[in-house]
Design a protein around this ligand. Sequence first.
Ligand SMILES: Nc1ncnc2c1ncn2[C@@H]1O[C@H](COP(=O)(O)OP(=O)(O)OP(=O)(O)O)[C@@H](O)[C@H]1O
Length: 345
Amino acid sequence: MEQILASDLRKVFRRPDKGPGLKGSVRHLFERHYTETAAVDGIDLAVNRGEAVAYVGPNGAGKSTTIKLLTGILVPTSGEVRVDGAIPHKNRIENARRIGVVFGQRTQLWWDLPVRDSLELLRDMHGIGAKEYSATLERLVTTLGIENILSSTARSISLGQRMRADLAAALIHSPGTLFLDEPTIGLDLTVKDRLRSFLRELVAEGTTVMLTTHDLGDIEDICSRMVIIDEGKKLYDGGLRAVMETYARDRTMHISTVRAPSSIASIASRIPLAKVSEGASALEFNVSFDPSVVSAGEVLLAVQAEADVADISIDEPAIEDVVRKVYAHKLKPDVGPSSRADGSS
Ligand SMILES: Nc1ncnc2c1ncn2[C@@H]1O[C@H](COP(=O)(O)OP(=O)(O)OP(=O)(O)O)[C@@H](O)[C@H]1O
C-alpha cells in the first residue's frame, strides 16, 4: 500500500517585484508586479510502506518545498497529497502523530531544556502511554548512544549528539513515515555510520523513509530507490543501482608528493584502467578510477612505485554531477514502485 502519494503536486511562490529604493516601494503600492516561481511543478510520487527513497536534486530544485508539502507545513497551489491516508495540510495534528521529521539544520528539541525533558514533552504531546514510552526510549537511547546526554540541554551538546537526540525526538512516537532533510550534515564518519545503520534497521522493520541529502553515502547506505528532481520537475524515478552504476562509479584520488614525479605517463602506464591527470601544482596529480575495475589499494601501489607519496585523498562523485549526467544522458526513467531498474521493490 502507498504510504506517500503525490499527484500533479504544484507549489508556486509569488514574490513582490519591487524596483530599487523608496521610489520602487512607493510605485509598488500603486502598480503591483510579482515574480512567480513554481518550486514544485507537477510532481507525481507513490512511495510504498517500508520503502526508502532518496529525493535529490541540485540547490533550489524544490526538495525542501516538497518535504514541506508532505509534512503539512505548506499548502499546495494545486494537486493532491496524502501521507498514510491523511491530507497533511488539512489533518495537521493527525499527520504530525504519524510522521517523524528531522531537518538537519534545525532542531525540534527545546534549546534550554535537558534532552530528557524535551522527549517527555513530546511524549505528552503525542499522548504516548508510560509503558510504550519507556520501551521506545530505551531502544532509542541504546541504539543511538544518547544515554550520557539525556540530562544535558540541547544548547550544550555537540552537533553529532544533537542530531542523534533529534532523531530520538522524531521517533519517540514510533511514526510510520520518516522525512529526513540532510540528517547527517556536518557529522563525523563514526556518527554517520551509526545513524545510517539505525535508519536501515527502521526501514527493514517497515518504516517508510524519504531522505533529502547531498551525501551519496547516505543514499547508498539507506535507499534502494532514487527520485531526482530539478526545477520542480521529476527527472528520474527508479532503482538506485542503475544510477550509481551508470553515473556515480568513478572516484578520484588526489595525490600530493614529496618530490615532483618524473613522468605522469609512466604512472599512467602502470594503471591502464585508470585515468591520470596533472594536479594544481607540480607536486600533485589525480587518478580517476572505477573501484569495481581497479581498487584504491591497487591504484596507490602503482602510484607508490613511481612517486614519493606525501598525502592522498579520495573524492566521491558529487550528487550535483550525478544529476547533471542523468540530465545530459537522459537515463530512461523507470517510474513507479513496481518496476524498479534494479528490480528491487
Ligand atoms: N518561501 C519562499 N518564497 C519564495 N520562494 C521560495 C520560498 N521557498 C523556496 N522558494 C524558491 O523555490 C525554489 C525551490 O526551493 P527549495 O528550498 O525547495 O529547493 P531545495 O531543492 O530544497 O534547495 P536546497 O538544496 O538549496 O535546499 C527556489 O527557487 C527557492 O528560491
